[in-house]
Design a protein around this ligand. Structure first.
Ligand code: FAD
Length: 283
């Protein structure tokens, strides 16, 4: 079995700052991490590999420094890492990103064996669009299972997979044929710690590095800024709200607490109590 996991290196959002004058995100000096959703996808892939055998390849498109994320994924136990990097990819929106990744996935199929499952995270914490996974599936004619919370069963001999999908108001159980693209939700499993042998292997591992040409992309006009129809018209930070939360000092006894709250609410809104009583009488 061959599983490919797409991972993206993203700025650690907890440390992102907005430029006070230009209101643009200041990325310089911000540490990077693997997109957290992609870690859940990676863990799901590693568990399947551990149970059924096979290999896990991790793939990222990004600048040369994205290699750090790939090495981290190897530390967790991935078998192979592919870095798709080229100046032609700079400024890619989701259309261009999914195009480049879909081409790299075809190349991976060719060079390392056809993928049975392609995993992506549900979304990233920087772009936040959740479009790249479905974009790849559409381009590579893969069936897709999105917002997956659990891999319920894999029937390799029968070429089928059953998953649980979080949907509004409940959970759907879906089954489909392989090969498939799965977008994985957060909180679905607990990420393992990397082992010492894997850490040593990761430090020395060869990262397969492909340019656009290596990945079989002939039309670079579909990549990067030139292949990206998305236009950012304005970037702004939300204005700070004038009103502040109010700390209400209350008595420790339950009855006193209720009285104090009622007093605080109705005391500040003259007439509300009468209105509510009248409304109640009309119902
Ligand atoms: C309005 C707008 C304007 C933008 N402008 C720019 C810009 O000018 N310059 C710029 O650099 N970026 C820009 N971006 C960000 C860029 O579009 C995204 O980084 C990129 O297209 C991926 O989209 P996403 O982060 O929303 O991924 P999502 O669709 O949320 O990601 C879903 C999953 O796809 C996979 N994935 C996504 N990206 C990669 C990747 N690179 N490698 C491997 N796997 C991946 C991951 O598994 C991820 O969990 C912009 C985004 C938006 C919304």
């Amino acid at each position: 079995m061959h599983i490919v996991v797409c991972i993206k290196q993203v700025p650690d959002s907890a440390q992102i700052r907005v430029h006070p004058v230009t209101n643009t995100i200041m990325r310089q000096g911000v540490p990077t991490i693997i997109n957290p959703y992609d870690l859940f996808a990676l863990e799901a892939a590693l568990r399947l590999r551990d149970e059924y055998g096979g290999e896990v390849t991790v793939l990222t498109m990004g600048p040369p420094m994205a290699e750090d994320s790939l090495r981290k994924a190897l530390t967790f136990g991935a078998d192979r890492a592919v870095l798709l990097t080229d100046r032609f990819f700079a400024g890619s929106d989701t259309l261009a990103t999914s195009y480049a990744l879909s081409m790299a996935l075809k190349k991976i199929d060719e060079v390392f064996g056809a993928a049975d499952i392609v995993f992506t995270g549900k979304q990233t914490i920087d772009g936040d669009t959740a479009q790249v996974g479905p974009g790849i599936a559409k381009r590579n004619k893969l069936l897709q299972l999105t917002y997956v919370s659990k891999i319920a069963n894999l029937d390799l001999a029968g070429g089928k997979i059953r998953v649980e999908r979080r949907a509004e108001g409940g959970v759907q159980v879906l089954e489909t044929k392989l090969p498939v693209l799965i977008t994985m939700l957060e909180g679905t499993n607990e990420m393992r710690r990397g082992s010492m042998p894997d850490a040593l292997r990761a430090a020395r591992a060869e990262i397969v590095t492909w340019s656009a040409k290596d990945a079989g992309i002939e039309d670079v006009m579909k990549c990067g800024l030139r292949g990206s129809p998305t236009v950012v018209k304005r970037v702004f930070a939300p204005a700070a709200r004038a009103e502040k939360a109010k700390l209400v000092e209350i008595q420790p006894k339950a009855a006193d607490t209720a009285d104090a709250l009622i007093e605080t609410i109705f005391g500040g809104l003259a007439g509300l109590e009468t209105e509510l009583v009248e409304l109640h009488q009309t119902l």
